[in-house]
Write a protein that binds this ligand. Structure first.
Ligand SMILES: Cc1cc2nc3c(=O)[nH]c(=O)nc-3n(C[C@H](O)[C@H](O)[C@H](O)COP(=O)(O)O)c2cc1C
Length: 445
């Protein structure tokens, strides 16, 4: 059994003795330093400044995050020890990341997933642009690509130049993408994104008013061809139109599979239509889709059940962002209870995976993990590279997703494996445009 002692040395640093196995340094602003005393016991420093480091001691079996002994110390010179430690913890993480993973009917080459990212480079009619074939093919080394938010219907579009997956032209465009990804050994799910009230009529070919659970504007602005504009008040969907929208999702999923996608991810996160139904601030309906937790979760569950029935549960996945407050979304005090109910109900469908965009409530995350028996993909926004693989290593998630790092590094898995430097993503080229910031990020030769 490992042990640890702290005492001040002559150099005014703390020293610790014990069976130190590995050390991992995380060099972003949070300055984390992981030290492994024993294969099952890790602890880390989390500095609040270079001179004042907060030391946390976590002792836990690798598969359990919750039962930690948590000690806090302030020390001033832990970096002193940086050169003398080994990095076996990193090796264990890499071994796990790069061991093929079985996700339903697929075998992924590794556990790194490309998070869905809207790039607003499709044709005006929603057909993916030719350049998207190269963009996704370049990133086929990811264990799984979750392609950008894609509208399941005319009404599902809210942004400029986003792709769709409900016409023959859309299917033909996506076929080229899925073939290129498969030829390069990768796998791809298409994210079905109905933006609901996150819509500006100037952005769509039909210029229709956005639709939503209730006629409540998100109260924010949106980018349009003529610059930022206020998002108008949406039109409230009738109960019959809600049923039609579920049918639109079902049809789009079928077309996605026809286009060669390995599955679809339902976008239930980030303030779009499904999230709008979940949040009482955006949903004030009095029919069976509003009011109680069960009613607000109904739309999400109906969409998931319809798609699973249409294309198979092993090809159906969903993304949620519990606690997100963007774009006028307010989940209210019942937020955690809502997600506990929703995830427990979704779990009964046996879907391919749940993708959580984590907003910081660790306790809720642990609860949802416990309720979910299928693979979990975890996305921690803004994570630093040294902590890649930590959630897999701890057993919290089976897969980890990365957005901006995958966007800027077509050969991201290789760089993770070898410890190679990462290109930084350029936010000015995220949306719209052509090659620049899309297919021209360099690979390590
Ligand atoms: C340019 C860009 C576009 C995005 N578009 C989507 C999207 O279409 N659907 C979605 O669920 N999330 C979207 N996101 C969120 C990402 O999937 C991811 O959760 C976020 O970037 C945080 O992860 P990261 O720090 O690894 O980038 C987008 C993020 C970026 C940077």
């Amino acid at each position: 059994m490992a042990f640890i002692k702290f005492h001040r040395s002559l150099s005014n640093s703390f020293q610790f003795t014990g069976e130190i196995k590995n050390v991992e340094f995380c060099t972003n602003q949070s300055q984390m330093i992981f030290i492994t005393l024993h294969p099952d016991i890790d602890f880390y420093f989390n500095s609040i400044s270079k001179n004042q480091l907060l030391l946390k001691l976590f002792m836990y079996p690798v598969s359990m995050l919750n039962s930690c002994i948590n000690l806090l110390f302030f020390i001033d010179a832990a970096l002193f020890y940086r050169p003398i430690f080994l990095s076996g913890y990193r090796k264990r993480k890499m071994d796990k990341i790069f061991t093929p993973f079985k996700l339903g009917h697929l075998t992924l080459n590794n556990r790194l997933v490309m998070a869905p990212m809207t790039r607003s480079r499709a044709e005006y009619d929603g057909t993916p642009a030719d350049l998207a074939v190269e963009y996704y093919a370049q990133r086929a080394g990811m264990g799984l690509i979750i392609a950008e938010g894609t509208q399941p219907s005319d009404d599902g579009q809210g942004y400029l130049m986003t792709p769709g997956i409900y016409t023959d032209a859309h299917v033909a465009g996506w076929k080229q993408i899925t073939s290129a990804v498969h030829n390069n050994g990768g796998h791809l799910f298409i994210q079905l994104m109905h933006t609901g009230r996150m819509n500006h009529p100037d952005n769509t070919p039909h210029h229709r008013q956005g639709v939503a659970p209730s006629a409540i504007s998100p109260g924010v602005q949106m980018f349009t061809a003529t610059g930022m504009q206020d998002i108008p008040v949406p039109r409230e969907l009738t109960t019959e139109e809600i049923h039609n929208t579920v049918a639109d999702f079902r049809y789009a999923a079928r077309r996605a599979v026809e286009a060669g996608a390995d599955g679809v991810e339902i976008h239930g996160a980030n303030a779009y239509l499904i999230h709008q139904f979940l949040a009482p601030g955006a949903n004030q309906r009095t029919d069976e889709y509003g009011g109680s937790i069960e009613n607000r979760a109904r739309f999400a569950l109906e969409v998931a059940a319809a798609i699973a029935e249409e294309i198979g549960a092993e090809k159906t996945a969903i993304r949620l962002s519990p606690g997100s407050q963007i774009w006028g979304i307010n989940e209210g005090e019942e937020g955690p209870a809502l997600y506990r109910y929703l995830v427990a109900e979704l779990n009964k469908l046996g879907l391919s995976y749940l993708h959580i965009m984590h907003m910081g409530n660790e306790e809720l995350l642990g609860e949802l993990r416990a309720l979910w028996t299928q693979p979990l993909i975890l996305n921690r926004p803004g994570k630093c590279r040294e902590s890649i693989g930590d959630d897999i290593q701890s057993g919290l998630a089976e897969l980890e997703s990365y957005g901006q790092m995958a966007l800027a590094n077509p050969d991201f898995p290789g760089r993770v494996k070898t410890g190679g430097p990462l290109n930084s993503a350029d936010p000015t080229t995220y949306y719209g445009g052509g090659v620049e910031g899309y297919t021209d990020y360099p690979e390590i030769k």
